[in-house]
Design a protein around this ligand. Sequence first.
Ligand code: ADP
Ligand code: MG
Length: 464
Amino acid sequence: MAYNNDMNNEEIWRAVLGELEVSLTRANFITWFKDTFVSSFENQRIIICVPNGFVKKWLEEKYHKVILHSLEKISKQKISEIIYKIELQKNNALVGSTIIKPKQDEVTINSKGFEKVEPIAKYGLNPRYLFENFVVGKSNELAHAACRAVVNDLGKAYNPLFIYGGVGLGKTHLLQAIGNEAAKFTNKILYTTSEKFTNNYIQAVQTGKAKDFKNAYRNVDVLLIDDVQFMGGKDGTQEEFFHTFNELQQGDKQIVMTSDRPPKSIPAIEKRLISRFESGMVADVGKPDMETKIAILERRSTEKNFSLDKDVLIYIANNVQNNIRELEGALNKIIVIHQLNNSVPTLKSVKNALSDYVSDIKAKSMNAKDVIEAVAQFYEITIKEIIGSSRKKELVKPRQIAIYLIREELGSSYPNIGAEVGGRDHTTAMHAYNKILTEIKENDNEKMKQEIISIKQTLNNHPY
Ligand code: ADP
Ligand code: MG
């Protein structure tokens, strides 16, 4: 064997996945690395098997460098070539091995109902939500690509598709864009929110129309369910949705869901539903970066025949941090004010127009204090202890992790981090950051990786 004799292909790949897992969001990790494995590794040439062309392309284009780097490090040798090959291997995937496919006997198939039910007329879609006017950037490219892939091959590419992310980041827009696009091929589309699903279901049961309800939801080609997190704690609804889900999935009917958090983090939701939600593809949308925000502002203002200078766009993008809905709200406000006064927008007038808005938003966004608080909670210590000066081991580690996370999650500068964490010097912040990085990247500290993932999850679950 040409490589590190102590490890076989599977062990090497497992170690690589372990490294990647900490550096990616869970959604990205599951999406791109679920069902991957190494089929051969000889003469510095490695074949990585992936489940489909979409993943292949993505790994080649986006993850090749990190995979190569990690492989070389773990196998302790130079690698001359990585080949990504489409190949499925049963029961041998390293990621997502807990995913359960629906069992035949759990599904109620109701073939008779299929013919009779009327297609749902308007599908509940807003015609404004289209792929054409969705601006793609780093924060949403994964979800966008997944939605496109789904429409191109309904029921087959990824089923279900589960999109999650904070409020106002474009989940409903994408979900409905799928519906509007799919409407070109089929009229059996249903868009609904999980709240409506719940209410309709309860009403149907009360009025003895449960059967009609079942038929309506099960006789669609595309089921789009928005905000599934609201199903948490509603047992009857979950039961009903479980069966609807199975029947659609078995019939290769497309299901797309959105949620404000990943499946596992939805409170009071049945395990079997979580495993269903994760059984296709999970994609996240994050907060937009500057470029995306500016592109969205430019596009929206053009749509409204309103023109803004670059410095004004930058000011708005810089000050509206949280989400795209707020970005649009800020823009609308600027347009209305300037149209009312019949004035040309300048940086000064825009600052003025947004003054309340900006201070409001600033108060709401996630900051270093939120990170410190989450770390303190996780390690069951106080905020004072984290920012304090004690060198006790059980305080130093959380402190360093807080610094690491502030840097990773907020991108703050070292001097700023130092100031936030008890007025420390920037070199202390830098040292702490590097210490944690080494610990998880080079020393492969599994426990610490897990802890960081958990803290990140609690942070992401906050509606900042
Ligand atoms: P969510 O469902 O995640 O809360 P929405 O889909 O309702 O968010 O998006 C909020 C607003 O922002 C909508 O008006 C939507 O059209 C707009 N929006 C979100 N993302 C984008 C994007 N990438 N490009 C253009 N508009 C967007
Ligand atoms: Mg929404």
